[in-house]
Ligand binder design. Structure first.
Ligand SMILES: Cc1cc2nc3c(=O)[nH]c(=O)nc-3n(C[C@H](O)[C@H](O)[C@H](O)COP(=O)(O)OP(=O)(O)OC[C@H]3O[C@@H](n4cnc5c(N)ncnc54)[C@H](O)[C@@H]3O)c2cc1C
Length: 477
């Protein structure tokens, strides 16, 4: 890269020029790479999952160490450059990219060290979920991570994190032991329950607001190497029966069983009988991760429904379970969704979800319920910023479509209208990691009673709001 001056977005919304000397100076401090548009690797570095978000930085740093990150943060701060941090790039609001500014693409920091004796994994902040699952599963261990393996460990964890193991072991951040982080002053710090405890509290769910995390340490549990899971589906004509059975199942199921319900149209895939292609159906995504001796009893209520249209339930590697839905959520798709937490499945909600699915005009829509109740409900409300300790389900009204879809605006409108009908059943909290860029779901809703404390921690560690390219928590004044 030739060293030339670069026009960049400033943190206050204006423009500034990073002089060629400043660019040269930054490059000389980096072990990792500095990329400009057109450089090899640029397209991947700035690619994010939601194709609907069109944002591009002017400069990308790909650090390989906490020192690289510290040098970048110091420069951004000194010059007032707008700074973004990209983990896996999956945030639906596109918060990884600083439009016109500088983005730290963490993808080169992806080492995973598993300590089998201590049952801990030390994980580079650029890892995707698959990197961590693969490494921990080699030892028959796992931590709580989500169900699409390309998602970034950093964004998922910093927002709280949920997955098939949540019912057993809580939010991902309930399993977080320690982080290494570069704060706004450019210092590399450790945060844990014993060190910088207020910062650690905020990092357990408070998003990317407090600095650039360079390493996470997770507690691991014995899981796998095989689990019983996959998906099973019934025709939509049986929606009432399936929804009622789901309600009973989720009241009684052992924590080793996670069952998620999705009302959607069946894809034209080889594993779906042709007569169901494009037809509405009720899909249950299942993961039983407990003692095999308890499996049949745990899934009996699912089997008792009988006559599925599709039955892909099987014993298979946990890593398969964690990635088998990857292709259903391809990078670059246009995505819009609205989600809420529920404390229970009220009787009036179920027919509403059925009606929403029946009337939905979006070909690739999902009206979904994720069962998360269990371990997370046993913590105090203020055990970590993540809060939402009353959540037992997440409910989502989700739509996906291709670029250029002529009805995109109508689809968005329909999702919003559906969400407004679901909202009265919700706890009032929601998941920061599922918030779109709209201003009708904001961090204050997601964190509830923990929000003010987050603002105080923000004031202590990032008083100038250097880390603002995120679902932002402004510092307390
Ligand atoms: C298809 C799909 C499936 C999903 N499934 C799940 C699921 O099963 N469970 C679940 O809990 N969530 C799930 N999510 C939500 C997911 O957790 C969020 O989208 C999350 O923000 C993604 O993290 P990321 O690192 O990929 O995203 P990015 O877009 O890269 O980052 C998200 C945010 O985190 C910040 N950030 C990234 N890296 C760092 C860092 N090192 N230090 C500080 N801040 C950082 C960014 O600045 C940004 O604000 C899913 C999302 C998608 C799109």
């Amino acid at each position: 890269m030739t060293t030339i001056a670069i026009d960049m977005a400033r943190i206050d919304g204006g423009l500034m020029t990073l002089t060629s000397e400043q660019v040269k100076e930054l490059r000389s401090r980096l072990e990792g790479a500095l990329l400009r548009p057109g450089d090899e690797g640029w397209d991947d570095a700035v690619l994010i999952w939601n194709g609907m978000v069109a944002k591009t930085p002017a400069l990308v740093v790909q650090p390989v160490s906490a020192r690289d990150v510290a040098a970048t943060v110091k420069l951004a701060r000194q010059c007032g450059v707008l700074l973004g941090i990209k983990g896996g790039g999956h945030n639906i609001a596109g918060t990884a990219i600083a439009e016109g500014g500088l983005t730290l693409d963490m993808s080169r920091m992806c080492d995973v060290i598993v300590d089998t004796e201590a049952k801990l994994a030390r994980v580079g902040a650029g890892c995707r979920l698959q990197d961590v699952d693969r490494a921990t599963q080699e030892q028959g261990l796992a931590t709580v991570l989500g169900f699409i393996s390309e998602v970034g460990i950093a964004g998922l964890t910093l927002g709280g994190g949920l997955g098939y193991l949540t019912r057993r072991f809580g939010w991902s951040v309930d399993n977080l032991q320690e982080v290494e982080i570069v704060t706004a002053d450019g210092e590399v710090r450790t945060a844990s329950r014993d060190e910088n405890a207020d910062l650690f509290w905020a990092l357990r769910g408070g998003g990317g607001n407090f600095g650039v995390v360079t390493r996470f340490t997770f507690r691991l549990h014995e899981v796998g190497p095989t689990v019983f899971g996959g998906l099973i589906a019934w025709p939509f004509a049986r929606a009432d029966e399936v929804l009622a059975a789901y309600r009973t199942l989720t009241t009684e199921a052992p924590r080793e069983l996670s069952a998620w319900l999705v009302l959607m149209r069946a894809p034209a895939e080889p594993f779906v009988p042709p007569e169901y292609h494009g037809e509405r159906c009720c899909v249950m995504v299942v993961c039983y991760s407990g003692d095999p001796a308890g499996k049949d009893a745990a899934i009996a209520p699912i089997r008792e429904l009988g006559d599925p249209a599709v039955d892909l339930l099987q014993e298979w590697p946990y890593t398969m379970q964690q990635s088998f839905l990857d292709e259903s959520e391809p990078k670059g798709i246009h995505a819009y969704w609205k989600t809420e937490y529920l404390a229970d499945l009220s009787e009036d909600l179920l027919p509403l979800l059925r009606d929403l699915a029946a009337d939905c005009p979006i070909p690739e829509a999902q009206i979904g319920l994720l069962h998360v109740g269990g371990a997370l409900n046993e913590h105090d409300w203020d055990d970590g910023a993540v809060g939402n300790r009353d959540a037992r389900f997440a409910v989502g009204v989700n739509g996906l479509w291709e670029s250029g879809e002529p009805d995109a605006e109508a689809f968005r409108h329909w999702i919003r209208a559906g969400w407004k009908r679901v909202r009265p059943f919700a706890t009032g909290g929601n998941y920061i990691n599922f918030q779109t860029a709209d201003d009708d779901q904001v961090p204050a809703d997601a964190y509830g009673k923990n929000y003010e404390r987050l603002q105080r921690v923000k004031a202590a560690y990032d008083p100038d709001n250097v880390f603002r390219v995120n679902r932002n928590i402004p510092p307390a004044s």
